[in-house]
Design a protein around this ligand. Sequence first.
Ligand SMILES: Cc1ncc(COP(=O)(O)O)c(C=O)c1O
Length: 499
Amino acid sequence: MTKIPENPAERLMFEISKPGRRCVTFPALDVPEVDVDVALKGVKLRSEPARLPEIGELDLVRHFKNLADKNYSVDKNFYPLGSCTMKYNPKINVTLLAQPGYTKAHPYLPEADVQGHLELMYNLEHYLCEVSGLDEVTLQPAAGAHGELTGVMCIKAYFEDKGEADQRTEILIPSAAHGTNPATAAMAGFKAVTLKEAANGNIDIEELKKKVGPQTAGMMITNPSTLGILEPKMREIAEILHGVGAQLYMDGANMNAISGIVQPGDYGIDVMHFNLHKTFSVPHGGGGPGAGPIAVRKHLAPYLPTPRVKKNDDGSFSFDYNRPKTVGKVRSFFGNFGALVMAYIYMTQLGREGVRRMSQNAVLGANYIRVMLRDYYHVHHDRTNAHEVVFTDLKQDKENGVHTLDIAKRLIDYGIHPMTVYFPLPQNTGGQGAMMVEPTETESKESIDYFIDCMKKIAQECKDNPELVKTAPHTTPVSKVDEKTASTNPQLYCAMCLG
Ligand SMILES: Cc1ncc(COP(=O)(O)O)c(C=O)c1O
């Protein structure tokens, strides 16, 4: 068979570099030449030019276009990354955000010139009050973890105000919690105390009663949990915490399962955060800007960051900086304003009923996947789940020596982004590798069915040809990499660049 010649457009820039080749050529110098060493006296200059690839403009364009085409995104295909809510973000969000009224607004503009912006923030705060069932919201935190920190700082300020700060040194956190929860507690100066879950994945009430006490400042609970399980005893948990004068923080990163269905304030929480970049369709991934507003009950409102947006008696809006008990600013200006605009557009478009259906469909999709795949993969908690479902590699590991990572990589060959793997941690999934799948409500039944068919096919491949799965992916420019060595002994250089 004749070998297909190597396409230069697919090669590295360094490989196609030719000395003297340029994207642009400059006209001859028409001003006196200066000596760089003299002009930049005192600046450390390199002794020889950087070794950069020398290529023409078309080669450059093709290089980046081909790289961009290799990118994966939810716009391209199914992206069931559990715990990340990779839902489709409607294009109208960015189209409207691109209006000059938003893109050209400077945060130092006088209040009178940004009345519409203030009104948007005011309304969004009220939408989130409505979804949370709590009294006040700040939009300032820039991410979920940042919201956690802001919320726990408010709890701390509350106890300082009551003169109980020295006594209340602990925050209780279930062991399956997202890693940001214990990190937040520690950053805010508390000791994170772990609570083991009951066998069914819910909070163990007896364990909670044992660990709670006058030293407890609060508990951080994620509902639904990172195992995709709803906590049925929220009210009882809140009563136990409040019984010792402690506060209940709810990590609301998984609000895609319950928005518009229950108001967490009803079951007694004191403070929670939202991940607008998950639940309310702000694009994320690659660390892009998000927003982690927090909602609080009245008694914590005095501690919220400044400024607060307020509506005046004449119907105008202004910033209120006069908040003597505030924890201060947690973000420059007013938060990631663009993210707030996108979430506002999304919520306005959906309306109350739409938000409820969003959550119902997210939960329906995840349960459908669980039921359709339960005979093929072990389900960590095979019970009605929330917006996501956790499978493990128990069957494939025991029967065929195939593991979670292999299955996840094989999905790439079918054009699907791998699910979240090994989270929850093996210690929370019976020692087996977790595969956490979150379809979100934006996927059609057809694309969910395609995922299910691929997963069934991979389960069969594990039996018939385990090597095929273990060596996947087979359709990508780079096949399986040694991830352990890559993270424990990274070689962060390019041999060709070194010359
Ligand atoms: C349960 C939970 N808590 C907190 C976070 C942290 O949010 P962020 O990544 O925006 O800081 C996440 C992130 O996905 C999460 O899933």
